[in-house]
Design a binder for this molecule. Structure first.
Ligand code: ZN
Ligand code: ZN
Length: 291
């Protein structure tokens, strides 16, 4: 995974325009097609084999599925549409007030002073407030204004794939016929049967779906594994060791999620104003000017 990330970073720095033109459609397409594919397979194939399609549990499963898909796609869209660039600030906030000037840094690319924790993105060609990283799956830079949406996007991707995997495992436990068709579990017994009766297409399909589901679960799990310490300590993806802005979990959570805090979990449509505009960052100890 590290090799993939280093490779992507190298290509993004060397060929930013080409990288955006290929990685953005591929990343967004993967999320959209993956969400549509797994939701369809789960709700039209797997879940009806567990619950009665006319029963209450099946209807509840549909409600949960719709809620998760709404939050995956809603947060993804909100993340893409919410800009965290320094240019999104009101004009008068793009220039430091005299008391804050020593905290701002000069960006050689933008040729201007930028607020603390802001830094330049080669792909977006601008400085981003509290920049975390550039995300190809939402086709946007993750920063101060859209971090909330990105975090819940990864959380709901993880919840969705965990539930999909759980229903598969439940199906395996309760359905002996399906269990017998899993060559992952019965490879050695099943292999000779290929020689006598040929390949069972349903068996192959069920196994391929299971393997895809495992991969679909691991990927968002890795994304969330990076983001939980980031949120807990108020750091960023690239500055995980900088603990100056860690004001305790409650304050950090409010700082990144806004005044409504945990309620933002329910929907990207819930308004949750941020505590500040991304230019004033409180630290545990005041930063003293060296100049
Ligand atoms: Zn810049
Ligand atoms: Zn960017």
């Amino acid at each position: 995974m590290c090799f993939v990330m280093v490779g992507c970073k190298y290509v993004a720095n060397a060929y930013p325009r080409q990288f955006i033109m290929t990685a953005h459609p591929a990343g967004v397409g993967l999320v959209l097609s993956g969400t549509a594919f797994f939701t369809s397979v789960e709700m039209f194939y797997v879940v009806p084999m567990i619950f009665d399609p006319n029963g209450l549990m099946y209807k509840l499963a549909w409600l949960v599925a719709i809620f998760i898909v709404y939050n995956i796609l809603g947060n993804m869209l909100a993340c893409h549409r919410t800009s965290s660039s320094v240019a999104s600030l009101p004009k008068d906030r793009q220039i430091p007030i005299p008391e804050e000037k020593h905290l701002w840094e000069h960006c050689d690319h933008c040729q201007m002073l930028v607020p603390p924790r802001s830094w330049h993105c080669n792909l977006c060609r601008c400085c981003i407030l509290r920049r975390d990283h550039h995300c190809i799956f939402t086709a946007s830079c993750i920063g101060h204004n859209n971090y909330r949406y990105f975090f819940w996007f990864t959380v709901y991707m993880t919840i969705g794939t965990v539930l999909a995997l759980a229903t598969y495992l439940l199906l395996l436990i309760i359905n002996e016929e399906i269990r017998r068709k899993y060559m992952l579990f019965h490879f050695f017994q099943l292999y000779p049967s290929f020689l006598t009766s040929g390949i069972d297409l349903l068996c192959v399909l069920v196994n391929v779906l299971f393997v895809l589901n495992v991969y679909a679960f691991i990927f968002p799990l890795m994304m969330i594994a990076f983001q939980i310490p980031t949120l807990y300590l108020n750091t960023t993806f690239y500055t995980s060791k900088d603990l100056r802005y860690n004001l305790g979990f409650r304050e950090n959570f409010k700082c990144l999620m806004g005044t409504r805090g945990l309620w933002t979990f329910l929907s990207p449509a819930i308004k949750s104003p941020l505590l500040h505009d991304g230019t004033k960052w409180e630290t545990k100890q005041p930063i003293v000017s060296i100049c």
